[in-house]
Design a protein around this ligand. Structure first.
Ligand SMILES: [Cu+2]
Length: 371
């Protein structure tokens, strides 16, 4: 079977973890300055008012135009693209059992890492716009009404135009209005059709078989998994025992390796992707053109170049919150893994708060309107 690389998804292998009678810290890090009355409510995109949509889009576009004082040469938006891309660098990872653990994917930190990432993004949008009422909306991809609202011309714009190399040509982020400046690194682009400097979407394309958005039944199945995660804490964790991997959406994947400085994954040709992974592939597309593997923006390591990334991941975070409320379980592994994966460790690039402190939305100052 030929193996092919899918860039945004990477594999890792964890050290064996011992979890026995570990006390899980509770609510130790509610920000003292945050007013409890200012609980952020994240709504479904389909429930946003026209003014809320304009404010959210306007803040994103302003972030793209605004230089980041702490990262010379980068806009405040592109700092986030860079963080997501560089989470796949081996140097930001931990060597375990001869394999490299990515900081944010194919690992137990997938959900808390993206929770902090979204939180930082939401705070950044507020700072850039001066509008403290901005909250991240979410895309419930199991609901056709939500999907229609997301890809409308007044929000994210629609599918790419097949007569224009699948460029997005409508909405606020259309070609000419939204320029991609951060691309994947050369090692992960080898052999692929070169990425475009504009948004590319090819809904539902996945080589010959196509791919669909996840269903409500699949979401319910994920939430029913009792344990947060399970050995080997990577893309091969069993889906009936690892909520994290069930939601991340790996099936039949192989552990990642360090390839020219970047964590890379090989997978079996046609291996199925579900849930989170499926939505990335569905939105961007993954197909062959002139014999070369070609990807839409959402399929790269730099997938946050497509702003739909953030509302997709808000929905992943919402499902994480639904699971937290349903299962009342703590993070695993608590101890015994390499630095960077244990509950009391902090996460690259912020290194300011423990993984455990990101469990629970209310103590992190927000909740989801739906569910
Ligand atoms: Cu993702």
């Amino acid at each position: 079977m030929p193996r092919r690389r899918v860039a945004f998804i990477t594999g890792i292998t964890a050290a064996a973890v011992v979890l026995a009678g570990v006390a899980v810290p509770v609510a130790s890090s509610v920000r003292s300055g945050a007013a409890s009355s200012a609980l952020t409510v994240r709504k479904d995109v389909k429930d946003l008012t026209a003014a809320e949509k304009r404010a959210f889009i306007g803040a994103i576009k302003k972030a793209k135009r605004t230089a980041d004082p702490d990262h010379p040469g980068l806009s405040r938006y592109d700092v986030f693209v860079n963080w997501h891309r560089d989470a796949f660098r081996c140097k930001n990872a931990w060597l375990q059992d001869g394999n490299y653990a990515g900081a944010a994917h194919n690992s137990p930190t997938f959900l808390p890492w993206h929770r902090q990432y979204l939180h930082e993004f939401e705070q950044m949008l507020r700072a850039v716009s001066g509008d403290s009422s901005i909250a991240l909306p979410h895309w419930d991809w199991t609901d056709p009404a939500s999907t229609a609202a997301v890809f409308a011309a007044d929000f994210m714009g629609g599918d790419g135009d097949p007569t224009q190399e699948h460029a997005v040509t409508d909405g606020p982020f259309r070609k000419g209005e939204w320029k991609i400046t951060i691309q994947d690194p050369a090692p992960t682009l080898a052999g692929l059709t070169p990425p475009k400097p504009y948004l590319v979407r090819n809904f539902g394309s996945f080589f010959d078989q196509g791919i669909a958005l996840p269903t409500k039944a699949e979401v319910a199945e994920s939430i029913s998994v009792h344990r947060y995660d399970h050995q080997p804490f990577d893309a091969s964790s069993p889906e009936t025992k690892s909520f994290r991997n069930t939601l991340e959406g790996w099936r039949d994947a192989t552990p990642g390796e360090c390839n020219d400085g970047w964590v890379d994954v090989s997978e079996q040709d046609g291996a199925p992707h579900v849930m989170h992974n499926a939505v990335h592939i569905y939105t961007g597309g993954l197909w062959k053109e002139d014999g070369k593997v070609t990807m839409g923006t959402m399929a790269y390591n730099t997938s946050p170049n497509d702003p739909v990334f953030f509302i997709h991941h808000a929905n992943i975070d919402r499902i994480f919150a639904l699971w937290e409320n349903a299962q009342r379980q703590h993070y695993r592994p608590q101890v015994g893994a390499e630095f960077g994966w244990n509950g009391a460790d902090t996460m690259w690039p912020w290194r300011d708060r423990t993984i455990n402190s990101w469990f629970g939305t209310l103590r992190n100052g927000y909740r989801y309107a739906a569910g």
